[in-house]
Design a protein around this ligand. Structure first.
Ligand code: 13P
Length: 288
């Protein structure tokens, strides 16, 4: 049995001073490669799905091939819905079998964010499903949610405290200066804010915008008890670039299976080095 809720996974990580990698997979190949890397390192992992990706396949179709990958895995795997802003869509994924949901109400005022998060919280009551919430707006584009740098709002401690107390979410993603997508310009992380929010949070904190952070940034945030680290853009880049790399150097070959093998290995390597660094605190993410 390897298909689990994220609560124990992240609570253990918070206690143990490591973080679990959450990778935004886009299809069967990427999901298999991520789980296989986690198995080889013998540590838990999170398969994260963007709403847009789920819509591409359809809820039932997507979960029907993800679930067996998790159930057959040799390590604990959770399936988490990332940045869902639509309560009804979140409910459908909950009913279909996602083990964790992020409801993202961060673009609405705090009061509305709390009200909407509570609707999802009530919906999962009594089920072994976890809920992640967001306070402050993380810059960049994730799925179709666009937050411009000018609209970026660092979370504040008081808002987080109120949100945590009133919603009872299982994990909190506070905006502390990371961004979705490829970083443009200087990365300005507010470590003190992260530390302050962690000190008042009864639940583990989540770090969004993992692509492009340096080893030192990851290390500092994990030392400050970031318990889940999200990686999406790096997967998309590795996937598209490796496909191009292989196709452009094998112009006379038209074998989808060898192309898949090549792409799979690239995703596996990417997941392996991140998981090794986040979970076992070994190696390096930025060693190329
Ligand atoms: P990146 O795309 O920057 O890796 O961010 C991932 C993320 O936070 C998904 O929610």
């Amino acid at each position: 049995m390897a298909y689990v809720s994220m609560k124990k996974m992240l609570n253990d990580a918070r206690e143990g001073s490591y973080a679990i990698g959450a990778f935004n997979i886009v299809n069967y190949l990427t999901a298999k490669a991520v789980v296989s890397a986690a198995e080889d390192l013998n540590v838990p992992v999170i398969l994260q799905t963007s709403v847009k990706t789920v819509k591409q396949f359809g809820i039932e179709e997507f979960i029907s091939f993800l679930r067996p990958i998790c159930e057959m895995a040799k390590v604990d795997v959770a399936i988490h819905l990332d940045h869902c802003t639509d309560i009804e869509y979140a409910k459908k994924c909950i009913d279909a079998g996602w083990s964790s949901i992020m409801f993202d109400g961060s673009k609405t005022p705090l009061k509305k964010n709390i009200e909407n998060t509570l609707i999802v919280k009530e919906y999962i009551a009594g089920r072994d499903i976890t809920l992640e919430g967001e306070v402050g707006s993380i810059v960049g584009v994730e799925d179709d949610i666009v937050v411009h740098a000018n609209d970026a709002a660092y979370a504040n401690k008081e808002d987080c405290e109120k949100y945590l107390k009133e919603t009872g979410v299982d994990f909190l993603a506070p905006a502390v200066g990371t961004a979705h997508g490829v970083y443009k310009g200087e990365i300005r992380l507010n470590y003190d804010l992260f530390k302050e929010i962690d000190s008042i949070s009864p639940v583990p904190l989540v770090l969004h915008g993992g692509t492009g952070l340096s080893d030192e940034m990851f290390n500092t945030l994990i030392d400050l008890r970031a318990s889940k680290v999200n990686i999406s853009t790096a997967i998309k880049i590795a996937y598209c670039d490796s496909m191009y790399e292989y196709s452009s150097t094998h112009r006379d070959e038209h074998n989808p299976l060898t192309l898949d093998d090549y792409v799979y290995k690239k995703i596996y390597d990417l997941a392996y080095k991140h998981i090794n660094f986040f979970t076992l605190r070994k190696g390096s993410v930025n060693n190329e």
